[in-house]
Every structure is written in C-alpha cells, then in structure tokens.
Ligand binder design. Structure first.
Ligand code: HPA
Length: 269
C-alpha cells in the first residue's frame, strides 16, 4: 500500500502540489467552495495512479490545489461511497495520500437525514461523534504499521480544537450550527420507518459517507472535522417519500452558508 501511495504522491507533486496545509473533502453542499480557491492546479483522479474514479455523473472527480485566505488547500471534488461498489480501502486511499502529502487538517462535508426533531432541513450539523454502521471497516486486513496502529483510539474522532473553531466562527457569522452524532449506513436506499426509529435512539443524523475517511484520519493522527447538511427530516411517525431532487435542492440552498463557514474556519486555522 505504501508503494501505491508513493506513486500517487509522486504524480501529484510533479503537477505542482508542494505544500498543502488543509485537506477538504467537498461533499454535497460544498460545490461552491471551489470558486473560493485561488491559483488553482487541477488534477483528474483518472490521471492519478491508484486513485478510484467516480462513477456518479454529478460527482466530478478531481483534486484541486490552491489557496483560500492565504492557506494552501487540497480539495477533493468528488468523493466515493461504499454503495457505489468501492472497498473502504479504496474510498480512504486519497485521505492517506493527502496526509502523506503533508496536510495538517482534514475538513469534510456531507448530506444527511435529520432524525433529531429539533433539527430542521437546511440546518448544518457539526459532527461531535459517529457510529460506524457500515458492514465493513477501512482498516480491515493486514495492518501497515508505518501508516498507523492496528487498534487506533477513537475516543475523540473529531478534533476538539477544530470543532471549537467551527462553533466560535459560526457564532461570529450568526450561523445556527447544530451538533450531534452521525450514523453511517451503506445505502443506497434511504431508511425505512423502522430503521429511522431504531437509528434515532442513538444518533441525530444518518448518511452514507464520512465515517471511513474519519477512521483512517484518526489512524494517521490527522485532526479532522465534518459538517452535515441536513437535507430531509426523518420522522418515522410522519415520513414522507424522499425525493432526491428535493434533497439536492436543500443541499444547494445551504451551500452559501456552508461555504462561508468553511472559508472563515480556514482563515482561523
Ligand atoms: N438517509 C441516509 N442518507 C441520507 C439521507 C437519509 O435520510 N438524507 C441524505 N442522505
């Protein structure tokens, strides 16, 4: 695995990505963030050795290097999901590459369904903790001790320092930032009423991403933070059919405040 990572790193460095400080996974709701990046170098995933390639039309697959608020950022435009058929090792490969390219922090966004009745669609939720409900783990298999420990600690999966920065900046910007537990499921179907009823016992939001990347970031001692755009309200006793276009429309509407929040957090880091 280290050899594959080094081949990917050589290719990315040769394109001019020399000193990235902050890695960003642009999930749903952060599409606009790209327009905030200056002096851009773009690299298609398809050109990077061993990088997975996106199967979803709406997810462009490329790495974008540049600056935001004078910080160098390396952003993944297009991310991978377990339901697409990738292994969790493939999904998290770019996180390992970004860490060994030198990023000091990892920021992530995603879309999720809200199960906490106090959270409304369009709200942003800072991940305070998570539950891995995926039927797999990116660390399964032989451990590469040079990449991290066999049994990584997960007592604080999201950086306290980064989360405090998000909370402080959201107050400054007058953005209502919720905080909660995210449960990752395989998907791709949304949940049944009985499933939402079960999940809401132990989580505030449910989605299909992020947790594998955060597990690997923790194994590599890479501080990370993640924000969910809550795109639908999942009340099992009053569940309306989920319409994908509506979910995407809610995510799009939240883009502006999410982008603003990320830009100001990057300034503070
Ligand atoms: N469940 C899982 N993933 C999601 C949901 C949901 O209700 N909404 C957006 N992503």
């Amino acid at each position: 695995m280290l050899e594959k990572i080094n081949e990917a790193i050589s290719h990315i460095r040769a394109k001019g990505v020399l000193r990235p400080e902050i890695g960003i996974i642009l999930g749903t709701g952060l599409g606009q963030m790209v327009s905030e990046i200056e002096s851009i170098i773009e690299i298609d995933y398809a050109d990077i050795p061993h990088f997975p390639v996106s199967t979803v039309e709406s997810h462009k697959g490329r790495l974008i290097y540049g600056t935001i608020q004078n910080k160098t950022v390396l952003a993944m435009q297009g991310r991978f999901h377990y339901y697409e058929g990738y292994s969790l090792q493939e999904i998290t490969f770019p996180v390992r590459v970004m860490k060994l390219l030198g990023i000091k922090y990892l920021l992530i966004s995603n879309a999720a369904g809200s199960m906490n009745p106090e959270f409304k669609k369009g709200d942003l939720m800072l991940l305070d903790d998570h539950i891995n409900f995926l039927p797999d783990n990116p660390l399964r298999g032989k451990n590469h001790d040079n990449l991290g420990p066999r049994f990584p600690d997960m007592s604080q999966p999201y950086s306290k320092e980064l989360n405090n920065t998000f909370i402080q900046v959201s107050k400054q910007l007058d953005i209502d930032l919720k905080k909660g537990v995210y449960v990752a499921v395989m998907g791709p179907n949304l949940e049944t009423r009985a499933e939402y009823r079960m999940f809401r016992q132990f989580a505030d939001a449910v989605g299909m991403s992020t947790v594998p990347e955060v597990i690997v970031a923790n194994q590599m001692t890479l501080p990370c933070a993640a924000i969910s755009v809550l795109t639908d309200e999942c009340d099992p006793d009053n569940l309306k059919p989920a319409i994908l276009d509506e979910i995407l429309a809610v995510a799009e509407k939240a883009e502006k405040k999410l982008t603003k929040l990320f830009v100001h957090v990057i300034k503070q880091i």
